[in-house]
Design a binder for this molecule. Structure first.
Ligand SMILES: *Cc1c(COP(=O)(O)O)cnc(C)c1O
Length: 482
């Protein structure tokens, strides 16, 4: 045995008791910071869409796996070089595809530290510090979103799992009230659960129901011309009901139009029928953070659960969703993990696994903590307002052009556009804009017709970017229209 204080790992010498700053294997962290900085600095100018295709990316990345391993800096440098042409500048100022959003600097940096700290965010015993960071972030989120201060909050991977978590709590509570313990007995022999959702509910609500054994969403409530659930139709559906334990899934921010369901009426109807009201507000719930848009959520505070995303409008890096349940006991019973080797914990100690489906987990709430500290209340309100302003600016510019129609009421950050009232022309313009690379947005279908969907959720977008994007869309429409 060596008598000095070094040992050998992977053929290299290092000091016992930790790594020294001079350990060159960690130079890759500096490389990563430099490469990240260069990428982020370039977001403004690079083409927004990916430039490399599937074949090129496979050719660049599918290297032979070595037997001996590679130098960490070489791995990081060549990874960054190989992926670069296939990256989408979705964090940049002119990406309006789907509803994606960028990442504010403090959240990106905090996310790196979460990796460096490599904590298991499952609970207090494994990471006291990050459990408390998430606890604080949860408190801020409750306040900013205008939900009860006593609600349960779980940081999950996205709104898909937020919907899942909330609906698991709903399933627990409504079956408990019907005299059935679903955690103990599952759904075999349980009373039938009725789940209603608007015709334009997001696909992830249906997936959540499927995963929870509630079956396919078949109880569909008709919507109006903006995709809002019709309260009168919900009333009729429930009036003709069977008295089964019932969950109603409403929506804040329809994925195409950005429209909000009429929550005041929906909440009243749900109360009358003792139905659990869940709201999918993946991006729309953040309207609560600004006095200008908060009114769109009137009545939403009466819901039983809310699902939202951090990685969309809050602009934290992927991935982060947030599940909020008004009755923390229902939330916790549906989610908690207990095991012989996990110390029983009292209610005062924060355990992420009480509020999310994961056991071991990344402390995703840390990015929320960092983003909210960077932005502050006013910065967050300003972020929401700016995105809405830019959406309206683009809508105004496009609507002024002959042959271009804005087909939704622009109440939030979403704009739906049609060209020449023609499906084929609309798709052609979308493709042309994508190829030109000034901005990026996707096509969608709304009420059976092709549309271009513009979603403004990035913190970097300026009025100049909005104008430049409108110019690019108008130019593409003129060329395509011949
Ligand atoms: C994006 C979105 C979802 C799904 O969220 P993920 O974070 O992608 O899982 C659910 N509902 C609505 C309304 C959305 O916009």
């Amino acid at each position: 045995m060596d008598s000095d204080d070094t040992s050998t790992i992977s053929g290299r010498s290092l000091q016992v008791g930790g790594t020294r700053a001079s350990d060159r294997r960690y130079d890759c962290l500096d490389d990563a910071a430099r490469l990240a900085r260069r990428y982020i600095d370039g977001l403004q100018d690079r083409p927004v869409g990916a430039q490399a295709g599937l074949g090129e990316l496979r050719a660049a990345l599918a290297r032979p796996l070595t037997d001996e391993g590679e130098d960490p800096s070489v791995v990081v440098e060549s990874l960054a070089r190989d992926v670069d042409p296939g990256l989408v500048a979705s964090g940049g100022p002119r990406y309006f595809g789907f509803v994606i959003g960028g990442a504010v600097p403090a959240a990106v940096a905090a996310d790196w530290l979460v990796s460096a700290w490599d904590q298991n965010g499952g609970g207090f015993v494994a990471s006291p510090a990050l459990s408390v960071v998430e606890e604080v972030a949860a408190t801020w989120v409750r306040e900013l979103l205008g939900v009860p201060a006593s609600s349960g909050v779980g940081f999950v991977t996205g709104c898909q799992m937020a919907n899942f978590t909330c609906l698991a709590a709903a399933r627990h509570a409504i079956l408990r009230d019907a005299g059935w313990d679903v955690e103990a007995h599952g759904l075999h022999g349980a009373p039938r659960v009725r789940v209603l959702a608007g015709e334009y509910a997001h696909v992830t609500v249906g997936v959540a129901c499927r995963l929870l054994g509630l079956g396919q969403l078949v109880d569909v409530v008709p919507v109006d011309d903006q995709g809002r659930m019709r309260a009168d139709a919900l009333r009729d559906a429930l009036a003709g009901g069977t008295g089964d334990p019932t969950i109603v899934c409403a929506q804040a921010g329809e994925i195409n139009t950005g429209a909000f369901d009429p929550f005041v009426d929906i909440a009243r109807i749900c109360r009358e029928h003792r139905a659990w009201l869940h709201i999918d507000g993946a991006f729309g719930l953040w309207a609560a953070a600004s006095p200008r848009s908060r009114g769109l959520l009137a009545g939403a505070e009466h819901a039983d659960s809310w699902a939202t995303d951090g990685h969309k409008w809050l602009n934290v890096p992927y991935d982060c969703g947030i599940a909020i349940v008004a009755d923390p006991r229902a939330h916790r019973v549906a989610m908690t993990s207990t095991s012989a080797y996990v110390p029983a914990h009292d209610d005062d100690e924060p355990y992420g696994f009480d509020w999310s489906p994961e056991f071991s987990r990344r402390a995703r709430g840390v990015t929320v903590y960092a983003a909210l500290r960077q932005l502050g209340r006013h910065g967050l309100a300003d972020l929401v307002d700016r995105c809405c302003d830019h959406a309206r600016l683009i809508a105004r510019r496009l609507a002024a052009e002959p042959g271009i129609d804005v087909v939704n009421d622009v109440v939030l950050n979403q704009v739906l556009v049609r060209f020449g009232d023609d499906d084929a022309l609309t798709s052609t313009v979308v493709q042309r804009v994508q190829r030109d690379g000034i901005c990026w947005l996707a096509g969608s279908t709304f009420r059976g017709r092709s549309v271009m969907r513009i979603s403004v959720v990035g913190w970097q977008t300026t009025p100049a970017d909005a104008h430049r994007s409108a110019d690019a869309i108008i130019a593409a429409a003129r060329t395509a229209g011949g």
